[in-house]
Ligand binder design. Sequence first.
Ligand code: KG4
Ligand code: ZN
Length: 355
Amino acid sequence: MSRYQTEAIRKFEALKSKKEVTILAIESSCDETAVSVVRNGREVLSNIVASQIDIHKKFGGVVPEVASRNHVMAIAGCYKEALKEAKISENDLDAIAVTYGAGLIGALLVGINFAKTLAYALNLPLIGVSHVHGHISANYISHPNLTPPFVCLMVSGGHTALLKVDDYTKIRLIGSTVDDSVGECFDKVARVLGLSYPGGPNIDRLAKSGKNVIKFNYHEPLKDTFNFSFSGLKTAVVNYVHNNEQAGREFSAEDVAASFQELVVDELSEKAVRCSLKENCKTLVVAGGVGANSRLREKLKGKCEKENIDVFFPILKYCTDNAAMVGSMAYYYLKSGIGLSDLTLTGKPNVPITI
Ligand code: KG4
Ligand code: ZN
């Protein structure tokens, strides 16, 4: 074993009982280059996000190779900025954390290689974090008093799932999408309506001036289960728009957005509440980019109030990708003695949710 690794194991063990743990975290799984400093899993000392949205907008979605190149250009600057904003030096850091998956492989590798280099140069333990677990942690940095157990509705660009979070690192999958993620579905519908990438926030905005009056032609998805299916609805909306365009019929894009969004929000909120009741768990936590959706927030709050369930959403800046959530989850990995990686750490396009 290398001298670096022996030292990393020793330091990792010592951190389990250290009172103040300061972690520098890196996130580059998709189109945000992000670096953050987080103390004790809850206190965000800095949160730097360099978004590539304007670059990918031109292409209507994320172009993996373009994302990787832009991560390379942005990452060193984000790192310097994160230390500066946190008002600390490299010597104050206890560990380096990085998202190792799920995500775009080339994009992940930029963050991973930067993290490995830092860990080696500063002689610090390296902690590989699952991006999806990071999204759960976005709630710990948003709500200081929130602790497991809870049911989590995970709604991101890559995942749609119901999870039971029994403890910080005891996470079990209850149901998940059998086809598209809900974020993909929002993005596709936005695209067919001519809205720019990322589509979710634009559908959210457009739907506010529309009415839920359109009945799309599709089979209602999977009842009596905690799995989701969105591809049928997605195709039905695309067909509705194309059929009208081809026939030269006018239609309201606002109504399409509102009707589509209402179906999705109904499906997500009904299953999330039913799952909480079945698990006998009165705390429901939403995670991931689609958690920023204003109608989902409104509807879920209403349903939860009726059932006496406390519902939590991350504050908006932590809903979408950031490194603060990764630094938070790295702390809980560390306290549970998991996640210590060596310098062979590599990116994974897919990572199982359950731990
Ligand atoms: O969690 P996230 O930032 O990235 C992944 O890990 O995938 O989620 C990105 C997704 C995109 O599909 C985006 O359109 C969607 O979250 N999104 C929204 C909203 N804001 C972001 N979807 C619906 N309503 C929003 N307000
Ligand atoms: Zn994400």
